[in-house]
Design a binder for this molecule. Structure first.
Ligand code: ADP
Length: 362
């Protein structure tokens, strides 16, 4: 029987999941608010915890798993979510020293994520040098996008510097496709609009099971209105603000102070905005839905039509109100209710699947 540990290290959180035989989920754990007012959750047990940094949080999580009967030495393999695989890491890979170097080389493309992903791999390697580890890349699913979709219209020197569209949420979209096939028992619809709507939000045009376009680009900043990220904005406006303030301030504003939070002045949390119902909150909600539908038009054009829509992510799965608003704006597509699907996000199991497959685990 195989036991697989899944590691999903974010900018201020680490999520772990343990899978057993038949990819049964055995236990999940999460450290949130690292270097801030932290919290540790092992299974259903939550407690406040001062988590100095990612290494500290990871150690505490592994102790928590061990206390529940899942010591690190008992794992047959580990699978990691790695946010950025750059242009060349386009499928899951067995971790080696050379692969770690390549993940490090992608760190400038995802400075808030890749260094933490690589650090988690190194921590486990130091602890268990013989443990087989696999890295799964969140950009990989979009490697099938055509060059016209991937390129920005910029000079060659930009292209050489790696400035192109990569796309993210790939593991979520792969999981969505798998779950959709499991529930419908059929091949994926020829032209599927997939909507990952969470704190981070993106759309993906999936034609015959392959990504052909997605709304996130060079970084997870492009595309939809998000929790605290602006989504698409004229680069001219960004340049002007950078000239008048500072690069650091613009970066912080666009990533942490914009989106639903910036529009409402209240919260980045969709549920809180829906409950608030005031003018500012409602405007932020309408903005989110309007731009979701408007970008959907672009995805539909990339597929030259649409047969089905699938929602996933915290908002996509849980908020019927948001789904209804978005679907109303897309009623012109003629997609029937029977072709609208709601699929729980399942990235961890997707990583476990890739890990098991690559390592030929039973
Ligand atoms: P992340 O991108 O950080 O993984 P999630 O996918 O967990 O985020 O999504 C978080 C978002 O989902 C928050 O805006 C939260 O308010 C929203 N959400 C969760 N449940 C509901 C609900 N029942 N109604 C509306 N929004 C919800």
């Amino acid at each position: 029987m195989s036991r697989i540990l899944i590691v999903n290290a974010g900018s201020s959180s680490i999520k772990l999941a343990v899978f057993g035989e038949g990819l049964k989920s055995l236990l999940t754990a999460e450290a949130a608010g690292i270097s801030d007012s932290g919290e540790l959750r092992i299974g259903r047990n939550r407690q406040p915890a001062a988590l100095a940094d990612h290494a500290d949080a990871f150690e505490r999580l592994l102790e928590g798993l061990a206390a529940q009967g899942y010591p690190a030495a008992g794992f047959d393999a580990a699978g990691h979510r790695v946010v950025h695989g750059g242009a060349s890491l386009t499928r899951p890979e067995r971790v080696t020293a050379a692969l770690l170097d390549r993940i490090d080389a992608c760190s400038p493309l995802a400075p808030l994520h890749n260094p933490h992903n690589a650090a988690a791999i190194r921590t486990l390697t130091a602890l268990l040098p013989d443990l087989a580890q696999v890295a799964c890349f969140d950009t990989a699913f979009h490697a099938t996008n055509p060059e016209t979709a991937v390129r920005y219209a910029v000079p060659p020197s930009w292209q050489q510097a790696g400035i192109r569209r990569y796309g993210f949420h790939g593991l979520s979209y792969e999981a969505l496709l798998r779950r959709l096939a499991e529930t419908t028992g059929t091949a994926p619809p020829p032209r599927l609009l997939a909507c990952h709507l969470g704190n981070g939000a993106s759309l993906c045009a999936i034609a015959n099971g392959e990504s052909v376009a997605t709304t996130m680009g060079y970084s997870p900043l492009e595309g939809l209105t998000m929790g605290t990220r602006s989504g698409s904005i004229d680069a001219g406006a960004v340049l002007d603000r950078a000239e008048q303030t500072s690069i650091a301030e613009v970066r912080r504003d666009l990533q942490q102070q914009s989106g639903l939070l910036g529009l409402s002045g209240l919260s980045n949390d969709m549920r809180a905005l829906l409950e608030d119902g005031g003018e500012a909150a409602s405007f932020a909600v309408e903005h989110f839905c309007y731009w979701c539908a408007r970008h959907a038009g672009s995805m539909i054009a990339a597929m030259e039509g649409i047969d089905a829509i699938a929602f996933t992510g915290g908002i996509g799965e849980n908020s019927e109100a948001i789904r209804t608003k978005v679907l109303q704006r897309l009623s012109w597509t003629g997609v029937p209710e029977s072709a609208v699907h709601v699929i729980p996000a399942d990235e961890e199991r997707q990583i476990a699947l890739h890990t098991g497959k690559l390592l030929h685990l039973e």
